[in-house]
Design a protein around this ligand. Structure first.
Ligand code: SER
Length: 355
């Protein structure tokens, strides 16, 4: 335990929001391994028992409820925050203002708490934030095809509420890290780039594929949905054309990369936002591979024009050279290896044990 300026003893903790989601599952399991910091996890819904066991404390809390978060975090010295709570792109297009509330106001609440704790303890609070390929936006499919692999600062004109929210939160993170209260008398902004009150780090995830969970409310969901449906012996109607191409990676790769970024020394990071991805198959190529492993898979393509337009606005590939250079990001799998070594064995085992 550490002593605060106020003379209270507070338990050091790693705080995770949106802990019950797909990324939260993998992250809690990875974090609660060897190094074992005290994990304080929150979500809108009760976490499942297995996850709860791996956390020091779990709370039902809404990231939009600033007072509740303040009360909760006043009990801890927060060292690191993984702010995962978000409403994904498809769901956000149904209720854009609610998405803004969750995705932006929730993030401001977290950044504010991080900044206040950083000021109070005189030590920056690390905030790790997953952004997304939704931060990009092409006006047409031909532009997308012509652009090829995009780097972090190109083509950032999102056409979804989720993408706008993520891109803006990246900027907010940069603001809290470098310029927070820059005109206040006691401001530390600008004094030392490596010693602000918030140490903000961000990965732009591609579509993620987990063997354990199926996403809800996203637009890259066609790949995990297709695979899990085949494993369950269910028919799948894919909502995009077979030639639709966006980057993906497996969940364990995303978790490993996120922790790698979190563990890198601040001075080695030359930017706030990093692209990561492992492969970028078309929906048709994924369907072919699914059929290799599940020969009875029944997959048809019935594109939904509006969800297709969102996928067409996202890049076909990402330039991940900054992440490779600054913190050694490296994909573990090709698509074929991901199927052979991670997805198929694990999904098949789960399926067998559930029948
Ligand atoms: N998986 C996200 C979504 O589909 C994109 O990163 O909304």
């Amino acid at each position: 335990m550490e002593q605060s300026n106020l003379g209270e003893r507070r338990q050091p903790a790693v705080f995770i929001t949106g802990a019950g989601g797909e990324v939260g599952h993998g992250l809690i399991t990875a974090l609660s391994g060897e190094h074992c910091p005290d994990i304080v996890a929150t979500d809108l819904r009760e976490l499942d028992t297995e996850l709860r066991k791996q956390c020091a404390s779990t709370y039902l809390a809404d990231v939009c409820d600033r007072d509740a978060l303040d009360r909760l975090l006043a009990m801890y010295q927060v060292k690191e925050i993984y702010h995962l709570a978000a409403m994904l792109s498809t769901r956000a297009e149904i209720t854009p203002e609610v998405a803004h509330q969750v995705n932006v106001n929730g993030t401001v609440n977290i950044l504010h708490i991080a900044a206040e704790q950083g000021r109070m303890y005189g030590e920056p609070v690390k905030v790790v934030f997953p952004s997304s390929i939704a931060a990009y936006g092409f006006g047409s499919l031909s532009q997308k095809i012509a652009a090829g692999a995009v780097s972090e600062n190109e083509h950032c004109k999102p056409s979804t509420m989720y993408g706008c929210n993520k891109l803006y939160c990246e900027h907010l993170g940069r603001y809290y890290a470098h310029s927070y209260r820059q005109l206040a008398k006691d401001s530390v902004a600008g004094k030392d780039k490596n010693r602000g009150v918030v140490d903000f780090r961000c990965v732009r995830y591609p579509g993620l594929i987990s063997a354990d969970t199926v996403p809800t409310g996203g637009t890259s969901d066609f790949v995990p949905e297709m695979l899990h449906a085949a494993a369950r012996g269910e028919q799948y109607k894919c909502f995009v054309r077979p030639d639709s191409r966006i980057p993906f990676m497996t969940m364990p790769e995303a978790i490993e990369a996120t922790l790698q970024l979190a563990d890198t020394e601040r001075k080695d990071l030359t930017q706030i936002v990093y692209n990561i991805a492992s492969f970028n198959p078309s929906a048709g190529e994924v369907a072919d591979l699914v059929k290799v492993h599940f020969p009875n898979a029944d997959i048809t393509f019935e594109p939904d024009e509006r969800r297709q337009a969102i996928v067409d606005s996202w890049p076909s590939a990402l330039d991940c050279s900054a992440a490779q250079r600054d913190w050694g990001f490296k994909p573990t799998y090709t698509l074929e290896q991901a199927f052979e070594q991670y997805l198929v064995p694990r999904i098949t085992k789960q399926h067998e044990s559930s029948v």
